[in-house]
Design a protein around this ligand. Structure first.
Ligand code: HEM
Length: 146
């Protein structure tokens, strides 16, 4: 669980990147798809996935980037309430495990890209303030597979 101070600094860090949720969510996905091309295998129904320029223009990629960031934002609003936090994370994890069959190693990959983008855009303190959140998300998502 998170201390009051951790909740405040994590929220402050997240607000910086969430202001541009669609652009930043899309940037995270494009980096995942280009640096880890095997992740594209889950999105064969998305068109225009051949290169970063195409992906940037894709309504499907942009919509999904926004969706992923909105889900994280919902979790960030409930860091001070473990039950509510898990109430958002668990059903999402169930869907990724059973229906989408996502290899759980990919959760660490996408979370590390989010942290990387935070550091590039807003500096090391921003990244450091959000690391515990991504750790919690990855741990819980991965535990659902056990
Ligand atoms: C769908 C969030 C990681 C692949 C979704 C949805 C959300 C979401 C909110 C929509 C669920 C719905 O429609 O009910 C997240 C979050 C992640 C994460 C918060 C981690 C922080 C991943 C990873 C992959 C992945 C690592 C694969 C590499 C998918 C796929 C869909 C999906 C294939 C369905 C897309 C579609 O058909 O529109 N995700 N996701 N997700 N996610 Fe994730």
């Amino acid at each position: 669980s998170f201390s009051e101070a951790e909740v405040q600094s994590a929220r402050g860090a997240w607000e910086k990147i969430y202001v541009d949720a669609e652009d930043n969510g899309t940037a995270v996905l494009i980096r995942m798809f280009t640096e880890h091309p095997d992740t594209k295998s889950y999105f064969t129904h998305f068109k225009g996935m051949d290169n970063a320029e195409e992906m940037k223009q894709s309504d499907q990629v942009r919509g999904h980037g926004k969706r992923v960031f909105t889900a994280i934002n919902d979790m960030v609003q409930h860091l001070d309430n473990t039950e509510a936090f898990l109430g958002i994370l668990n059903p999402l994890g169930q869907k990724h495990a059973t229906q989408l069959k996502i290899d759980p190693k990919n959760f660490r990959i996408i979370c590390d890209i989010i942290l990387q983008l935070m550091e590039e855009k807003f500096g090391g303190d921003c990244k450091a303030s959000f690391e515990k959140v991504t750790n919690e998300i990855c741990t819980h998502l991965t535990n659902i597979y056990k």
